[in-house]
Design a protein around this ligand. Structure first.
Ligand code: NAD
Length: 421
């Protein structure tokens, strides 16, 4: 079976490469030709462990095009994996989803067989029914569920372990209001041997938001308790180790630090808050989750200020990506940390194994070090992302404020403080 994957970002490139590995022929579609050229030559357009190997290994099953209509016409299922970035008010910008829906609709006009359109992009409940489906019907002049199928199949991958997550998914959620589409997708995902949760379009869309909102809440909760632990002089890590042993709670995603970043949690929580507001059912919990998350990076800088005056000093930053093993810097906690430092009169020298090129697009005018050890020459060091290679640095004699709990730094630094321990 041949499928199309629209959008070759973090979700599209991983989904397409993993589906090629599963045995499907994959047509990657993007408006960015550079990304497609990379994929065509077996290279990954993003840094994600294991992805390039899959693209290389499955080159014969992979083709690329900027022509979305052609891709849809030559495939049985189309996966929409384009971005849904936040607007100023926090709500989702659906322009990419609408644009590709229009083109898919036009392509459907010339297709005689039943084609299935699957939205993997994260969209607010109701979007597939109220926006994607009507566009598809209008542009194709065909009827949903009679002439084509539509489904929501939200993506739960974690950047940094996305390939592994795909092949060992906790669940595959298939949301559709059509038994035929449901059967096609259940059969399609059989080779993965993952638990399948079949439901309606709206419920599938909500499962994605509720999952991310819950995980973000768990982190902000850990940070709130962690801040209190710091004040009490107790170790929040040990506290959460003990709490996580409760099966009802579980230990995953339960660490305190400088908060969550990335392309999903902040964006999705803000979108849910904006949606709740628009419906007149404001979310009190999620607003607090976001407020706490914004404050955590400030705590790191405040702790540093306890030890040195920042005016005229050079502060080293270890880690710029929003988490280790990715080059994604969207909503990275390094951004507010660096802004606060510079506001206080400090200059910054930073290092990240993978994310410096992306970070330079956001903050170009800091010093980018050639190595992690070069950062240690600064007046003080802040640990912002827990990359493995930072575990092998020599922290003796250094002033280190740690947002991510690096044991070696904790053991060796002359002066060490953790943000919540
Ligand atoms: P991204 O911004 O990295 O990639 C989007 C891609 O779509 C880009 O390559 C862009 O060029 C392409 N695109 C946009 N408009 C297009 C068009 N008209 N035609 C062809 N290509 C087009 O986004 P992402 O991080 O992969 O996220 C995609 C969606 O998946 C979002 O809704 C996001 O919320 C969701 N999601 C992301 C993650 C994650 O970890 N990144 C996890 C789960 C869900």
């Amino acid at each position: 079976m041949r499928i199309s994957v629209i959008g070759t970002g973090y979700v599209g490139s991983v989904t397409g490469a993993c589906l090629a590995e599963t045995g499907y022929d994959v047509i990657f579609v993007d408006r960015n030709k550079k990304k497609l050229d990379l994929i065509k030559s077996g290279k990954s357009p993003i840094f994600e462990p294991g992805l390039e190997d899959l693209l290389q290994k499955n080159r014969k099953k992979i083709s690329v095009t900027t022509d979305l209509r052609d891709a849809v016409a030559n495939s049985a299922i189309t996966f929409i994996c384009v971005g849904t970035p936040p607007k100023r008010d926090g709500s989702s910008d659906l322009s990419q989803v609408k644009e590709v829906s229009r083109t898919i609709g036009k392509a459907l006009r010339s297709i005689d067989r039943f084609h299935v359109i699957v939205t993997k992009s994260t969209v607010i409940p109701g979007t597939n029914e109220n926006i994607v489906l009507p566009i598809l019907e209008k542009e194709s002049k065909k009827k949903a569920y009679a002439d084509f199928g539509i489904a929501s199949n939200p993506e739960f991958l974690k950047e940094g372990t996305a390939v592994d997550d795909f092949f060992h998914a906790d669940r595959v959620v298939i949301g559709t209001n059509d038994p035929k589409t449901q059967e096609i997708l259940e059969t399609f995902y059989k080779p993965l041997n993952a638990p399948v949760f079949s439901t309606t379009l709206r419920i599938a869309e909500m499962i994605k938001y509720a999952s991310n909102a819950f995980l973000a809440t768990k982190i902000s909760f850990a940070n709130e308790i962690g801040n209190l632990c710091k004040d009490l002089g107790i170790d929040s890590y040990e506290v959460f180790e003990g709490v996580g042993l409760d099966e009802r709670i579980n230990p995953h995603f339960f660490r305190s630090g400088i908060g969550f970043g990335g392309s999903c949690f902040p964006k999705d929580v803000k979108a849910l808050i904006a949606y709740a507001d628009s419906k007149g059912v404001p979310s009190r919990i999620l607003s607090a989750v976001m407020a706490l998350n914004e404050d955590q990076p400030k705590r790191l800088v405040a702790l540093l200020k306890k030890h040195i005056r920042l005016q005229g000093k050079t502060i080293g930053i270890l880690g710029l990506s929003f988490k280790p093993d990715t080059d994604d810097i969207r909503e990275s906690r390094a951004i507010p940390v660096i802004r606060h430092l510079r506001k206080a009169g400090a200059s910054v020298i930073a290092y990240d194994p993978m994310a410096m090129e992306n970070f330079r697009q956001v903050i170009p005018d800091i010093t980018y070090a050639d190595s992690a050890s070069e950062v240690l020459s600064a007046d003080a060091v802040l640990i912002v992302t827990e990359w493995k290679e930072f575990e092998s640095l020599d922290y003796h004699g250094k002033l280190v404020i740690d947002g991510r709990r690096l044991e070696k730094a904790q053991k060796e630094a002359a002066v060490y403080e953790g943000v919540c321990w």
